[in-house]
Design a protein around this ligand. Structure first.
Ligand SMILES: [Zn+2]
Length: 101
């Protein structure tokens, strides 16, 4: 296995060598596997109160204003790439059957 595929999770430091846990402030996929494998309570590794309804409600304490719709128009500067091969199954040269005809 390629060594870059291995990640080291430190539950005490709440970190992983992928750095997502530190960056995002909640366990990365690697940490979740370790926590699950060890049978630990996953809630202990999330920031306290982050996913509580009280935190959710504070998002909407202030007025929420919808932004007006903006017509972005067509963008002809970014055409899709031209495929190198035709879509669909590869055409193969078949050897005609001798026995069934
Ligand atoms: Zn990770």
């Amino acid at each position: 296995m390629h060594p870059n595929l291995w990640k080291i999770v430190d539950l005490r430091q709440r970190s992983c060598t992928c750095t997502s846990w530190v960056d995002l402030q909640f366990p990365c996929q690697h940490a979740l596997v370790v926590i699950n494998k060890l049978g630990l309570d996953i809630r202990l590794y999330y920031p306290p109160g982050l996913y509580e309804s009280k935190s959710y409600c504070t998002i909407y304490l202030n007025e929420v204003l919808a932004s007006p719709a903006v017509d972005l128009g067509e963008d002809d500067t970014q055409a899709p790439p031209i495929p190198a091969t035709k879509p669909g199954p590869k055409e193969t040269k078949r050897i005609p059957s001798n026995g069934m005809n």
